[in-house]
Design a protein around this ligand. Structure first.
Ligand code: NPW
Ligand code: ADP
Ligand code: K
Length: 545
């Protein structure tokens, strides 16, 4: 089922009337947290009984949840120590823990070393320092505590084993403290969680963060008020959702009704990008692939991918979609790319095509919804720099939109964001940039986000880091191009609407294929390996497995 996620502001607005009416939300949150903690302690022969639990409790309600959960775990026989990290603590929560026989340390008195010693020796740490009320990362004292816990436990080093982190286990209350609940941006140290129990609805930052390994397994406790949530600000497709968004062949289909993909990818100088894109599209089940390119590309494709057919130029044949830009470095290919952008059918636009679209947007001609731009952060920074340079008022609008999307007021942006800024807060920039460039925007990264013109944003996590290899993007272009062509064919046949948001749905489904091929087996996934795996992975997803 598609996961829905909400900004901190949406969650706060949802809980407000219930709090006013006296609903016991904190008690419910604490209960959910304690149940998950007990579940995590099941590996011990006596479970929670006799386990050492350390609660890191901040000054606000997040600390309140965690302290109450600590009291509930005391009742299950755990030894519970609270480390109070703020200048004060949630009064009722603290009283509950004390009443239940918990120990209490104050960070300002005991010091970071003492606090870290208690935490590092525990079976389980509950991180309740900062929740939706936190801004800009942990302050100095709790940050120092986290650093010391990281040092003594090895957590947050680069070497996380496949089985997870070594003990103590960490359970985050609502969000890992220091990770922005809305944007997922991480400022300063964050204690990586094995699991996060989040309340009312999943926070957008948990799915959109560029550091998904900090979040761990997500569990959502809706505290009995989930039905009141508004439309989600972010969604994430799961494997079982694939058939809803990706057109699979049906009885009676033939190659044209499946959709023809045209490509302008690769050049005589760089044939590789074209080979990988075409090869992936063929293997992703395109009805036919017609490539535009020079003789060197054609001879290479004749050997590597004989299924593909050459087309003299963009206007020569009717296609249902274009995949353009990757490796299209020469003038002749770039002229063909420009034509494909004007062909009136869906286009997957990568590399050189993104820059062309940035120029068009700066000239007041943003791309339509069925153009899917697929930059990584570096390419997006470059495209936005063009927009800001050529059309300064659009650049100003871009930064305003980013502020509205959660960019902190004190974070300076030159005329346009740097690559690093985009990488740190992709959920902020993908929405702002989509406004500036038009089209449907897929921002590639460890976490990939897709923003549609209808306001929908999709998140995608869970790729293998082995995908960080040259050509992974070209393979993705081929897969997504095949998906766009098939979907367009379905629209032409009256079997889909072709509404603005549908192209992002196709992209979200295509990303499931990418994740499947990258995780099908351990180890490297260069494009040749990735392409070989496409049919099986796609077939499995299409069958709902
Ligand atoms: N409302 C409800 O009943 C329900 C809410 N729920 C729970 O409440 C959580 C939200 O609680 P919240 O609004 O109190 O904010 P919270 O995240 O605890 O942080 C604010 C406190 O932290 C401090 N602080 C701020 N920034 C900081 C920093 N950078 N570094 C360090 N400290 C910083 C700040 O202190 P101050 O600025 O005053 O020094 C302030 O006291 C939410 O995530 C969920 O867990 C659930 O129980 C469901 C029902
Ligand atoms: N560390 C990583 N974790 C998850 N996915 C990754 C990682 N590195 C790269 N990817 C994915 O691999 C693809 C790389 O695309 P791109 O940067 O365009 O590569 P290229 O242009 O070399 O083909 C993107 O889809 C990206 O999301
Ligand atoms: K927290």
């Amino acid at each position: 089922m598609v996961l829905n996620a909400y900004t901190a502001a949406q969650i706060t607005a949802t809980e407000k009337p219930h709090l006013a009416a006296g609903a016991p939300l904190m008690a419910r949150a604490a209960h959910a947290l304690a149940v998950e903690a007990a579940r995590m302690l099941r590996h011990r022969p006596s479970g929670a009984y006799g386990a050492d639990v350390v609660v890191l409790a901040g000054a606000g309600n997040n600390g309140g949840d965690a302290l109450h959960a600590g009291a509930l775990l005391r009742a299950r026989g755990a030894r519970v120590t609270a480390v109070l990290t703020g200048s004060e603590a949630h009064e009722e929560g603290l009283a509950a823990l004390r009443g239940a026989g918990g120990f209490v340390l104050t960070l300002s008195e005991a010091g970071a070393q003492e606090g870290a010693r208690a935490a590092a020796g525990a079976d389980l740490i509950i991180d309740g320092m900062l929740g939706t009320g936190g801004r800009g990362g942990l302050r100095e004292a709790p940050a120092e505590l986290v650093r010391r816990i990281q040092e003594s436990t090895g957590r947050n080093t680069e070497h996380r084993s496949a089985g997870g982190w070594a003990r103590p286990l960490v359970l985050a209350c609502d969000v890992p403290s220091g990770l922005d609940a809305t944007t997922g941006a991480v400022a300063g140290p964050v204690l990586a969680a094995d699991a996060t129990v989040t309340f009312i609805g999943i926070k957008t930052g948990l799915l959109a963060t560029p550091k998904p390994s900090l979040v761990g397994r997500i569990r959502c406790a809706d505290l009995g008020i989930g039905a009141d949530l508004p439309a989600p600000a972010l969604r994430e497709a799961e494997d079982e959702d694939f058939p809803r968004y990706w057109s699979v062949p049906v009885e009676g289909d033939q190659k044209y009704s499946r959709g023809v993909l045209g490509t302008v990818a690769g050049s005589d100088q760089y044939p590789g990008a074209g080979l990988m894109c075409v090869h992936a599209a063929v293997r992703a089940g395109a009805g036919m692939v017609r490539f535009v390119g020079g003789d060197a590309l054609a001879s290479a494709l004749a050997v590597s991918t004989p299924e593909a057919v050459r087309s003299e130029h963009v206007g020569a044949h009717r296609v249902q979609a274009w995949a353009v830009g990757s490796g299209a470095t020469d003038r002749a290919q770039q002229a063909q790319v420009e034509q494909a952008l004007d062909a009136g059918v869906p286009v997957l636009a990568d590399a050189a095509a993104i820059e062309m679209l940035a120029h068009r947007a700066a000239d007041g001609d943003p791309a339509p919804a069925h153009v899917l731009l697929t930059p990584h952060a570096g390419e997006l920074a470059q495209a936005l720099e063009w927009v800001a340079r050529l059309a300064p008022e659009r650049g100003e609008r871009l930064v305003r939109a980013a502020r509205e999307a959660g960019l902190p007021e004190d974070e300076e942006v030159q005329t346009s964001p740097s690559r690093t800024q985009i990488e740190a807060a992709p959920f902020v920039w993908v929405r702002a940039a989509r406004e500036a460039l038009g089209g449907t925007l897929l921002l590639k990264g460890t976490t990939t986000l897709v923003a549609a013109p209808d306001g929908t944003v999709w998140a995608h996590r869970g790729n293998s880091a082995w995908l960080s290899t040259a050509g992974s993007g070209d393979t993705l272009s081929g897969i997504l191009g095949a998906g766009l062509a098939a979907h367009r064919a379905r629209v032409e046949a009256g079997r889909a609407e072709g509404a603005d948001g549908e192209w992002a749905g196709v992209a979200a489904a295509g990303l499931l294929v990418q994740r499947g091929i990258s995780t099908a087996a351990p180890g490297p996934v260069p494009p040749t390996v990735a392409a070989e795996r496409i049919p099986e992975v796609l077939g499995r997803l299409a069958d709902g497995q």
